[in-house]
Design a protein around this ligand. Structure first.
Ligand code: IMP
Length: 181
């Protein structure tokens, strides 16, 4: 595992190793495979942070008829939520009657999740499920609870495996936590 890191003057220490992450990705994939049996789901990867988790999860689920599309929302600046969620890249037009699975990197306040689900439900899908790599239940502002969670964590700032600090360090294979939080 890589050692301590300093990013934008903030210190980070190792938190979740690549093999632990992959073990939980496989567990979430098997739960989704069970729940989606016989369906042709449409996965929606929330850019940018979820792209690595989505790639691993989508391949682990192994449903050949499944499709994937990409949406983009933004609410964070630096290490904290602005409280305002902006849709940056639209939802696919025709999702009526589809079984949707949102793939998110992290649920913090829950504002992005609530906004996305409301936007989706307005388009009459058959079902909407929500899978996240990380969940910070203590940070919730909306009471939103994801359907599938790889790791439930305390309200600390996390980087690596797709998650960034000001666009940096998404490449790291392990997950790190801000040691000053
Ligand atoms: P929410 O709308 O407050 O739930 O925030 C969701 C978004 O905030 C995530 O998709 C991330 O982009 C970002 N975010 C929240 N917590 C962290 C973190 O610890 N590290 C990196 N990004 C985070």
């Amino acid at each position: 595992m890589e050692n301590k890191l300093v990013v934008n003057g903030l210190k980070f220490v190792p938190y979740l190793k690549e093999d632990e992450i992959m073990k939980q990705v496989r567990r979430v994939a098997s739960e989704l495979r069970r729940d989606l049996e016989g369906k042709q789901p449409l996965f929606l990867c929330v850019l940018n942070g979820a792209f690595i988790f989505a790639a691993d999860l989508f391949r682990e689920i192994g449903i050949n008829d499944a499709q994937i599309a990409f949406v983009r929302y933004a609410s964070y600046e630096g290490t904290s939520s602005t409280g305002k969620v902006r849709q940056m890249m639209g939802l696919p037009e025709n999702i009526e009657g589809r079984d949707i699975v949102i793939i998110e990197d992290i649920v913090d306040t829950g504002l992005t999740a609530d906004r996305m689900i409301a936007d989706l439900k307005a388009k009459n899908p058959a079902s909407v499920r929500f899978a996240t790599l990380l969940h910070k239940p203590a940070s919730t502002k909306t009471g939103f609870v994801p359907d599938y969670v790889a790791f439930s964590i305390p309200p600390k700032f996390i980087i690596g495996y797709g998650l960034d600090l000001d666009g940096k360090v998404r490449n790291l294979r392990d997950i790190y936590v801000n040691s000053e939080d």
